[in-house]
Design a protein around this ligand. Sequence first.
Ligand code: G3P
Length: 219
Amino acid sequence: MIFFLDTANLDELREAASWGVVSGVTTNPSLVAREGKVDFGSHIRAVTEIVDGPVSVEVLSMETGPMIEEARSLVPISPNVVIKIPMTPAGMGAVKVLSSEGVAVNVTLIFTPQQALLAAAAGAAYVSPFVGRLDDIGEDGVGVVGDIAQVFSMQDIGTKVLAASIRHPAHVVQCALAGADVATVPFKVLKQLFHHPLTDKGIEKFLADWEGYNKNHGR
Ligand code: G3P
């Protein structure tokens, strides 16, 4: 399982990219809106310049034709752009056309394996099940990721399972065990993944021991 960063914040992206573990980015209208007044196209271009790998950009139109037109206007921003389309009948119509043109599409707002199968049938490159939002309503988000991964594997479907709405480090491990291909994680969760008190304690001890050795040997 690889990591994408779920953000539209350039500072977070620069920092996370420097850690060498981020293979792509997912954005959505809520995340872009959090960045205040930005020129949308330039902002997305800046994102694609920071991180090598797929950058999901969501369309805002709700009808098939306008979604396709919007996607076609976003694709030239960078070869890394992946078009994010919501799971609706109109959306799947757009996925069919765009995927046949060679455009990679991430179908978002997936909450069931049935929706994931529909997205795959339309030609999606990725499906994004929302783990945390399922947990929020008392359902089993990780279970849905596992069911989708299992069905895709049994049916030999090449669409990637991109676990989204990841809220904490345990979700990351659970999604990996469930067979997700990608976890898109918020910056805060990515930072949490690095930390363990014994790692910090171990570093402190190594450095203190080395300092002691140098003192004892007059260095
Ligand atoms: O990229 C969409 C997704 O990750 C949203 O997460 O926390 O708003 O449910 P959240």
